[in-house]
Design a protein around this ligand. Structure first.
Ligand code: SF4
Length: 160
C-alpha cells in the first residue's frame, strides 16, 4: 500500500492543462447547470470513435473535470452520445434510448459517420445519419475526432 502511495506521489498529475473554454452555448449549458450525465450509444460505429471517447474520459484528457460523466442508463442521463451511422437494426433502439431520457435532453453526434454517414454512406444496412433518427444538438467532426475535439464538444453542454 505504501508503495502505491509513493508511486502516486512520484507520478503526480498527468492530465493535460485545461484548454480555453470553447465558445459559449448559453442556451444548452444554462439548462444543465454545469453537470451532464451521458449515455453512449454505438449505432453502428467501426469502434474508432469509441477508442477516442475512451481517451477523452481517460486520465490525460479527463472530460469529467468539466462536468461530463458517462452513465449506464438513459433514465439517469441528460444527453446521448451517438457514434457511427445509424444502422437499420439500431434505429429503433436509438429512438427508444432518446425517449427514455428525462427532459431536458440533448444529443451529441460524434464522428463523421454520425454526422453524415461518412465512409458508410449509402451502405445497404444504414438507415441514415443520427439527425435522420433523433434531433441533434451538438456535432463533433472527424474520422475519428481527436479526444480534444470530443472534450470541446462536451464542454459546450457543460459550459465549463
Ligand atoms: S467516423 Fe470514422 S472512426 Fe468514427 S465510426 Fe465512422 S469510420 Fe469509424
Amino acid at each position: 500500500m505504501l508503495n502505491l502511495w509513493r508511486k502516486i506521489r512520484r507520478t503526480g498529475r498527468v492530465a493535460e492543462p485545461a484548454p480555453p473554454k470553447p465558445g459559449d452555448e448559453p442556451a444548452l449549458a444554462a439548462e444543465l447547470g454545469g453537470s451532464v450525465q451521458i449515455r453512449h450509444v454505438d449505432a453502428g460505429s467501426c469502434n474508432g470513435c469509441e477508442v477516442e471517447i475512451g481517451s477523452a474520459f481517460g486520465p490525460v484528457h479527463d472530460a469529467e473535470r468539466y462536468g461530463a460523466r458517462l452513465v449506464a442508463s438513459p433514465r439517469h442521463a441528460d444527453a446521448v452520445l451517438v457514434t457511427g451511422p445509424v444502422t437499420r437494426n439500431m434505429a429503433e433502439p436509438l429512438r427508444r434510448t432518446f425517449e427514455a431520457l428525462p427532459e431536458p435532453k440533448f444529443v451529441v453526434a460524434v464522428g463523421d459517420c454520425a454526422r453524415n454517414c461518412g465512409a458508410f454512406a449509402e451502405a445497404y444496412g444504414v438507415e441514415g445519419a443520427v439527425r435522420d433518427v433523433v434531433p441533434v444538438d451538438v456535432e463533433i467532426a472527424g474520422c475519428p475526432p481527436r479526444p480534444e475535439q470530443i472534450v470541446e464538444g462536451l464542454r459546450k453542454l457543460t459550459g465549463r
